[in-house]
Design a protein around this ligand. Structure first.
Ligand code: HPA
Length: 183
């Protein structure tokens, strides 16, 4: 976890103010389609390890960082306006992070939906925790690459995941570019 998040620390020390993140995620919300985008409004951390564990370096941030707004509201609003102006469908929802690397069972997908998640993935949360600890504002987008809602669950083929990511790419690029212009 410390290795995964080290680049965020380096970028912060180089002057980083905003972190724009993207990932591939499974859609738990039955309203989501493959290839669509979800703006992450909040997250649930189910990773077994935390990047802040161990002795805290106080110069980098507090021991117990606040996580009441892990994804900056102002950046979310900007992302929504950019998507709307460009005619891009942009869902909003809660991302749950799991370790993987295996995908989830049907019972696990059900559990993740019940605890309040709209999409599931195996990344992002460690970097977002570290960014928040250091006062960096975050915006994160998930490309929905497979469906994990009841009745839609099938074997995940990597080729299909890549095709779905490719489908999501133009919209994601438009939102990212638009945001960079406005920051
Ligand atoms: N589960 C976990 N991570 C994922 C998934 C999924 O269904 N799809 C893409 N990343």
């Amino acid at each position: 976890m410390q290795q995964v998040t080290f680049p965020v620390r380096v970028m912060k020390l180089l002057g980083l103010k905003h972190l724009l993140v993207s990932n591939a995620a499974g859609g738990l919300n039955p309203g989501f389609q493959v290839g669509e985008l979800m703006l992450i409004s909040d997250h649930i951390d189910l990773f077994p390890e935390n990047p802040l564990r161990g002795k805290n370096i106080d110069e980098l941030g507090p021991r117990f960082p606040d996580m009441s707004e892990p994804y900056a509201e102002a950046l979310q609003q900007k992302a929504h306006s950019i998507a709307q102006a460009a005619g891009i469908t942009l869902h909003s929802g809660v991302y749950v992070g799991v370790q993987g690397p295996n995908l989830e069972t049907k019972a696990e997908y059900h559990y993740l939906r019940v605890i309040g998640a709209d999409a599931v993935g195996m990344s992002t949360i460690p970097e977002v925790i570290v960014a928040n600890q250091m006062g960096v504002k975050v915006m994160a987008l998930s490309a929905i690459t497979d469906l994990c809602s009841p009745g839609n669950i099938k074997k995940v083929e990597i080729a299909e995941v890549l095709a779905a990511a490719a489908k999501a790419e133009p919209g994601m690029t438009t939102i990212m570019r638009g945001l960079v212009k406005e920051l």
